[in-house]
Design a protein around this ligand. Structure first.
Ligand code: IMP
Ligand code: MG
Length: 184
């Protein structure tokens, strides 16, 4: 258990099991991803779409490492509608105001677990006739291989643990941690 004063001050006294990716490792990876994205899109309009809420910190760091013109917008998805049970369909709770047609779309996600949400989101977005549609995920748990969407840009392979920090939450807590930790 990791219970340094710096961790405990941020978590309200709850220790985390371990820090999986620290600030320096994340910063280096985000810089590399930004360079990769800059290189991958030599021409055309590029719209970077962050899937809220989990991607908010990653997205804000990532866009500052992309050295080409881009537009930024957000998506909010819900897979549950008003029911507590999954209906199996994904609804857009917030639909980007920006036009998608004819643009390169880069969907930015914090972590891919089963990949279900993202797979359905890709189908929804493809219907808007973008010029291209790709995914950038900071973390990939590499589970459920048969339904996983294709990930064009991936930061880290993640262990099959419950991770928090750098945008990732547990019941809306811990999103603000500057590192990624295994809660246990
Ligand atoms: P999927 O549809 O199963 O791939 O679920 C992906 C979503 O589940 C992510 O966008 C996260 O919001 C959430 N999630 C999956 N794994 C974790 C985790 O380890 N910590 C926090 N949230 C997670
Ligand atoms: Mg979440």
């Amino acid at each position: 258990m990791l219970s340094t004063p710096e961790v405990l001050r941020r978590t309200g006294g709850r220790p985390v099991k371990s820090i999986i990716f620290d600030e320096a490792a994340i910063a280096a990876k985000v810089e590399a991803l930004g360079a990769e994205i800059t290189e991958a899109y030599p021409d055309g309009e590029l719209l970077v779409l962050g899937l809220l809420k989990g991607s908010f910190i990653f997205l804000s760091d990532l866009v500052r490492q992309i050295e080409r013109p881009i537009q930024v917008d957000f998506l909010v998805a819900s897979s549950y509608g008003h029911s507590k049970v999954s209906s199996g369909t994904v609804r857009l709770v917030y639909d980007p105001k920006t036009r998608l047609e004819g643009k390169h779309i880069l969907l930015v996600e914090d972590i891919i677990d089963t990949g279900k949400t993202l797979k359905r989101m890709m189908t929804l977005l493809a219907a808007r006739r973008p010029r291209s549609l790709a995914i950038c995920a900071l973390l990939d748990k590499e589970l459920a291989v048969e339904i996983r969407p294709e990930l064009r840009f991936v930061g880290f392979r993640a262990p099959p643990a419950f991770l928090v920090g750098y945008g990732l939450d547990h019941a809306e807590n811990y999103r603000h941690l500057p590192f990624i930790a295994d809660l246990e």
